[in-house]
Ligand binder design. Structure first.
Ligand code: ZN
Length: 265
């Protein structure tokens, strides 16, 4: 199932879809079957109403109430291009939930930075409260997967020595366009494309720490809550996004997430 969160901006008002934002299931014919409430908490209960995808604006499919956890240097070739060793245990950091934006939204270039990079990543959406999750139970706590762009002010990352500012600006965490509840990470291709040119390219199977290891490791540090998101690291090929560029993160079998970059702030 592909779950979307949307605003019925242009939808026929006679449809009376209910409160904005809404959630729905995306059908193969590009209609959305509206569901009642937030599926993370209320389960998946179709209301019987439907709306064409073309009449709505998709939002980030999840708005984390708590946190976005990120795994740094989780692809060997990326660790190498950052000039570091391959880590022996996962390197984790946080992005604030206020950095989340949806598909089609604009990444706003902060005035403090002169270099804003893309990082294509697979995003895990947590479905239940959990702590100390054994590796073999990892699937029990995952609601689904979506795509993420761990946007980074690379100059500030180097300057600060830690990553909170560089990774934490508003709009620096595009997520979407949907949560796929059936996706199974394997050897699917992951790419970042900038103005039509492929910049990052890898396979999900190139991750140093796999999904069970990530869930186990992070949940041994902090309690995970429904709607928390874990970004699982990025392959080699990171680089700057020029003003007004268009960036697309794509994962084979999962989807594509496209955003634009603003002018330099
Ligand atoms: Zn990253």
């Amino acid at each position: 199932m592909r779950i979307v969160r949307f605003s019925p901006a242009a939808a026929d008002p006679n449809l009376d879809l209910g409160q904005d934002p809404l959630f729905g299931l995306l059908n193969d014919d590009d209609t959305i079957a509206v569901i009642a409430g937030d599926p993370l908490y209320a389960g998946i209960a179709p209301t019987g109403k439907a709306v064409p995808l073309s009449q709505v604006r998709l939002l980030a499919p999840v708005l984390p109430r708590s946190k976005v956890v990120c795994i740094g240097k989780n692809y060997a070739d990326h660790a190498k291009e950052m000039g570091g060793e391959v880590p022996t245990e996962p390197v984790i950091f946080l992005k604030p939930n206020t950095s989340v934006i949806g598909p089609g939204d604009t990444i706003v270039w902060p005035a403090m930075s002169d270099r804003v990079d893309h990082e294509a990543e697979l995003a895990i959406v947590i479905g239940r409260i959990c702590k100390d999750v054994p590796k073999e139970r990892y699937a029990d706590v995952i609601f689904g997967y979506t795509l993420g762009n761990d946007v980074t002010a690379r100059d500030l990352q180097k300057k600060d020595g830690q990553w909170t500012r560089a990774k934490g600006f508003d709009t620096f965490c595009p997520l979407g366009p949907w949560i796929d509840t059936h996706f199974q990470p394997g050897d699917q291709a992951i790419t970042a494309t900038l103005n039509g040119e492929v910049k990052q390219s890898g396979k999900l199977s190139d991750m140093i720490f796999d999904i069970p290891t990530i869930i186990n490791f992070v949940s041994r540090v902090m309690t995970l809550l429904p709607g928390d998101v874990i970004l699982t690291g990025t392959p080699a090929g990171i680089g700057p996004m020029p003003e007004k560029s268009t960036v697309t993160v794509a994962i084979e079998g999962l989807g594509a997430l496209t955003n634009k970059v603003s002018n330099h702030g």
